[in-house]
Design a protein around this ligand. Structure first.
Ligand code: COA
Length: 344
């Protein structure tokens, strides 16, 4: 069991770190009865947004809101249960000229036994947007590092994500079209979509949707795809890096669509697209706001991972997506093993 460790770089003033706690209630549950992966993503993003916004407003000048620009790959390490307390700690770990890196850790606490487990670690990048002009990005006040290596390591992470952003192409042109009478275990059989009207409660002070709201909806669709494929209880295992390229405004209708791209022996990869349609602003038209890959695991009634039915591929495009998914799966698996060995 991993113990709850406080963040390494805590600024005593409290400006650069934040800890919140909330009891997990039945409306936070997925259908298995554990806390929904999307709820955890939403809590992570809320903590990041608070600390990012607080930090970026710690100087005189334009007021701003920290907009979520990117989430690094996130693993769900342990399930969290209803009745447990989620402790979410967020800390600013790096600042570039116009972006802020926030490290968020989630620890579950069983308040009956006192046992604690680290369930998630996430790294998020925020960009401060001016309240006066949503197209203006404000300069971020630099943080002080207690050791020069912290700044150097942060700079390396910043440069690596910048490079990755340039290399990763959005699947802009691709759309998910309905398939008539799909066969079980094919891509068409489990593909799913939901439509949601972006209302005021989904939005920041600037009237744009919170990244956490989008991630929760994305996780919901990915979960439906996974459950339709294997007809068992499923859980989110990880989410690959997500870039939030475009804002989604209040009043937009979003379509969140998911399709299975890859199955290993015991995992499923689902690609999710978010398309926004600003209904009343005809000149803007529909656009792709976000894409991401979620990995799900199928569970038996004792919460043990089950083999998943192999995905039946029906055309060249699906075979290509499958091979790309396999490459991501092998790369992530190798990284997990390397991290494990490093810890031992
Ligand atoms: N991840 C991390 N940082 C990012 C980023 C991303 N995906 N996109 C931009 N940035 C950073 C840049 O590194 C730069 O900081 P730097 O100057 O210190 O290097 C800063 O943002 C501005 O970059 P620029 O290229 O000028 O900005 P942009 O025109 O691409 O706008 C956003 C950046 C984030 C404002 C824009 O992409 C956006 O509005 N995204 C949607 C935000 C949102 O609504 N989030 C919730 C979505 S559901």
């Amino acid at each position: 069991m991993e113990m709850f460790r406080l963040p390494q770089v805590v600024k005593v003033s409290g400006l650069w770190s934040l800890v919140t706690a909330r009891i997990m209630r039945p409306d936070d549950a997925n259908i298995v009865g554990n806390v929904h992966g999307g709820t955890i993503l939403k809590m992570i993003e809320e903590a990041g947004c608070i600390i990012g916004t607080r930090h970026c407003n710690s100087q005189t000048g334009d007021r701003c809101v920290a907009a979520l620009a990117r989430v690094e790959r996130t693993d769900f390490l342990y399930p969290m249960f209803i009745g447990e307390v989620a402790h979410v700690s967020a800390e600013i770990t790096y600042t570039s000229k116009r972006s802020v890196e926030v490290q968020v850790n989630v620890v579950s606490e069983n308040i009956l036994t006192g046992s604690k487990k680290m369930t998630n670690k996430a790294t998020l990048w925020y960009v401060p947007i001016s309240l006066q002009n949503v197209d203006r990005i404000i300069e971020v006040p630099a943080i002080e590092y207690s050791r020069p290596e912290q700044e150097e390591r942060g700079k390396k992470r910043y440069e690596a994500q910048k490079l990755e952003r340039i290399e990763t192409k959005q699947r802009n042109g691709e759309i998910i079209t309905p398939v008539s009478l799909p066969e079980p275990f094919t891509v068409g059989f489990s593909q799913s979509s939901l439509i949601h009207l972006i209302g005021p409660s989904d939005c920041t002070l600037l009237g744009f949707v919170h990244g956490g709201v989008t991630m929760k909806l994305m996780d919901e669709v990915a979960g439906i795809v996974a459950a339709r494929h294997c007809k068992t209880n499923i859980v989110t295992a990880s989410v690959d890096a997500i870039n939030f390229h475009r804002k989604i405004k209040k009043g937009c209708v979003i379509t969140v669509s998911g399709r299975m791209t890859f199955t290993s022996n015991k995992s499923m990869e689902i690609e999710v697209f978010v398309d926004a349609d600003p209904l009343v602003e005809t000149e803007n038209g529909k656009y792709r706001a976000v894409t991401a890959f979620f990995t799900y695991i199928s569970l038996d009634k004792d919460n043990k991972p089950l083999p998943v039915p192999p995905l039946k591929l029906e055309n060249e495009e699906e075979r290509k997506h499958f091979e790309d998914g396999k490459a991501r799966y092998l790369q992530n698996k190798a990284k997990r093993l390397a991290d494990k060995e490093q810890k031992q």
